[in-house]
Design a protein around this ligand. Sequence first.
Ligand code: ASP
Ligand code: MG
Length: 767
Amino acid sequence: MVFESNETIENIEIAYHTFGQLNKAKDNVIWVCHAISANSDVMSWWPGLFGEKDFYNPTDYFIVCANAIGSPFGTTMPENLDFPSFTIRDVAKAHLLLAEHLKINNIHTLIGGSFGGYQALEFAYSFPHEIKHLILLASSARESAWGIAIHESQRIALKADPSFGEPNGGQAGMKTARSIAMLTYRTSEGLIKDQTDADAKLDNFKASSYINYHGDKFVKSFNALSYYYLTKCIDSHNIGRNRGGEVKALQSINIPTLVIGFNSDTLVPVRFQKFLAEHLPKSIFREFESKYGHDGFLKETEKITDAIQKFYRNTSIENSDAKRTILKFGGSSLYGKENLDKVTGIVSRATEQGPLAVVVSARGKTTDHLIKLYNLAKVGKDFTTEFEAFKNYQHQDLGNFDLTKDLNELETTLKAIQWLKANENEFAYDWVLSFGEIMSAKSLTHLLQAKGIKTCFIDARKIIHTELVLDEFEINVEKSRSKTQEVFQELSSNVTPIVTGFIATSEKGRTVTLGRNGSNYSATLIASFIQAKEVQNWTDVQGIYSSNPSIVPDALQIKNMTYREANEMANFGVNLLHPKTIVPLMQSKIPLVIKSTMEPTMPGTTINYEGGERGIKAVTMVDNVALVAIEGNGLSGKVGIDARIFTALQKKNISVKMISQASSERGIGFAISESNIKDTELLLNEEFKDELRKEYISSIRINNDVGIIAIIGRHNYALEKAISILRKNKIWMHLISNSISGEHISLVIDKGSLKEATRLVHKEVFA
Ligand code: ASP
Ligand code: MG
């Protein structure tokens, strides 16, 4: 066998165990990779998971475990220091040879922990046949510097023994090396708890005998040269080496994978497992609490078994047509008897097509009502009348369904805010708003149940978690993913969960909201976490139009568009979806269909990876923009002006929508949102005060009387057509930009001509 180092070992021998029989379908192979001190007899070292009565038992499965190269339990191992060094890839390559020898080309599950996980990952990367499931415990994409440092300390101990290198030599060094490792396998807490002496002692401490005992035991069965080479081999682990990096390599392993980590593991901490889960395209991540540290993978077999069972159930759903479809209902779809009937009808018909999950907004105008109530309460004002109205509003269309409990809780909250005159308080605000989605989801759960549809209510605060990143709440994707998967794994596929949109939990355990219209984001996040089949966004419009129909009467409904085009539209005036809403779907390639609750049989608009035909998709307009112009001869040839503009604006989080400049930072023009005019003026005048004084800059002008027309989609002559039709109609353009991808053209024109211009350009490019 040729090693990665190009050195060769002739006639490599591989020791292996098999347990059980290959079944007729040849689909019951469990391939195990062992950890550093173990061997191929998995039944002896992984009890609780592998055994006659355990989950992996020889009655159900054909279990294969091979001894790793270099290990002293039967496979070719070093007899002196002339043995070539070998890597995890070489160990995996030997496994591939064995698989070939055993004619195994369908592996039900490939599993390994620690060093075994490294082998399994490499094996999975290069196995040319089918692996149905991959399970990685206490593992990572590459060995960390921390791990390497520990191994180096072990090797220093090994080499310090004068007899190291002789056959069976180096035992004292090996004992020391093992004792170093022992310190990394468990936790300090565990050791203190179990090995503290009962009475005062001066010597022969329990902790000492513990370390000695394990050292001696290891020396009896292991070999110093093996130990040396195996630690080297572990250090070589890097799934991305010469493969374009870890992320790229992981992304190519398209196998349903269960990644398990233990919170107390300090040798391979859970963030490494999270990294694996983040980049392996079909992965589920489970983190368990354990007092066993890194050894959790050998000890927590009950939890592991449970996770594996759920993982199997889940992948069997994913592989079949049984992926869930997510139906998201907007507020306007959920208010009024007629709408609610439509919604329950839509859900009930959809249940016949396959498993579902429903995500809801607050019903009707509830969120606006709640904001009003909050605004009264926060300044200490009486809100009794408004609250009565709110109660009626909630109950009016729900028959005898009773929300009194939630309403009482809300009233108490509002009273507390009122008494405290709490003023603006983000948490109080979010807490009040959360009632809208909670009551909505509970109501729909009830209505569907009344129709005989199996549903359950899910409070999204259990599954969606945020974190503070630079003072802003962002989704903690890994935590949310694992919590969501955990909750969904418990559900049987014929139950439709009704999930609250919009709300989440902060790091401190408080209720937070995802911003207005945030329920869409909740829906797409959940979809990406559970690998949904598709997201249907049920709303009060029939889909996305090529322009705003109230301005451009001949606007057409768009049947199909790409995620990118949809994002462009969201950035330029179509307030159907927040751009970040699309991102989770883009990454998982889950289609989004926008449909009308009122006319459920109409096709709606599908947004997906492929998109529709090429060509212009839309001509949209935004009028709430302003144009900033910075001019001055003193800017000519100056470098860094743009950088200063952007840095200044960044202080107030102001984003530049488009920009254009003459040569070398002279005559710079850019568009900002109207709401940022004041700040922009202050920031720029401050930043360039010297240049203004010295008249290098003659003026910084902000023109509020403009708007932008955006032409979205690829078209060879769109720009020419737009320019010529606007010229013909004497509509002047202040600024033009054409995106690099050729899929976006923006034109800044006077606000007064904006609507007319939109109609003209729309007509011209769609002609
Ligand atoms: N109810 C919230 C709002 O009105 C969130 C949503 O509907 O998506 O903004
Ligand atoms: Mg304006």
